[in-house]
Design a protein around this ligand. Structure first.
Ligand code: F6R
Length: 222
């Protein structure tokens, strides 16, 4: 079921409530975290609540293959929007890295992800698992779809500057998370959200696999 909220502020505070409860009840929580526009309000909320992140372990869902020191890298995004504004230990915040088996082992070794926050692309991608991705995929390099490159060009000076490849957690990796929250904001996401959550479970719409997760909540605002 899609929970429709009245405003972006309500979406951000509702999801921040879920993360706050998770961290307070389980200070050693393992979180999987997204970047992009949608979670910005949630990160602001979380920072303002001055939570104790010192035992929390985070795994980002994906990274562009690009110079990580540029402002558009997801490493820069996370530092700016969360890490540099909390007491999280740098050694406890992980981005997908090579060898991918090492990254997967790190997730497994910390007994898996407790809470995974996801956004959704207008083409139905989750993390950077683009249409056609197998439901069993693990962390790997992917080519970004034309749609994703176009959508994300708003963060770059020109579309030519958008990386064409990324490293992403796989759908298999994501589905092993104990709890998943999917967030989407804006009219342009409503159609794909409906198709993903109420349509056929198909590789053409990667997010549709989430219908098979037993602990998923979906939050939308227009
Ligand atoms: C980014 C990620 C992507 C985004 C999706 C929506 O880390 O995992 O799947 O969540 O592209 O992005 P926004 O929120 O910018 O619309």
């Amino acid at each position: 079921m899609i929970n429709v909220l009245k405003s972006y502020n309500e979406l951000s505070s509702t999801v921040a409530d879920i993360v706050e409860t998770q961290i307070k009840e389980h200070p050693l929580s393992k979180l999987a975290l997204p970047t992009g526009s949608t979670p910005l309000g949630m990160y602001d909320e979380l920072v303002n609540r001055k939570l104790d992140w010192k035992s929390v372990i985070t795994f980002n869902l994906d990274v562009y293959l690009m110079n990580i020191n540029l402002p558009q890298s997801y490493q820069s995004y996370m530092r700016k929007n969360l890490f540099d504004r909390t007491n999280i230990y740098p050694d406890n915040s992980h981005f997908p890295f090579r060898p991918f088996s090492g990254f997967e082992d790190k997730i497994e070794g910390s007994k898996g992800i407790d809470l995974c926050i996801l956004g959704i692309g207008t083409n139905g991608h989750i993390a950077f698992n683009e249409p056609g991705s197998s439901f069993k995929t693990r962390t790997r390099v992917v080519n970004l779809s034309e749609q994703t490159i176009k959508d994300n060009s708003r963060f770059f000076d020109s579309i030519e500057d958008v990386p064409t490849q990324a490293i992403t957690m796989g759908l298999g990796t994501i589905m092993e998370s104990k709890k998943i929250i999917l967030i989407a904001s804006g009219d342009h996401k409503l159609n794909i959200l409906n198709v993903a959550m109420n349509g056929e479970v198909t590789k053409t719409v990667p997010a549709s696999i989430l219908q098979r997760h037993k602990d998923i909540e979906i939050y939308y605002c227009d």
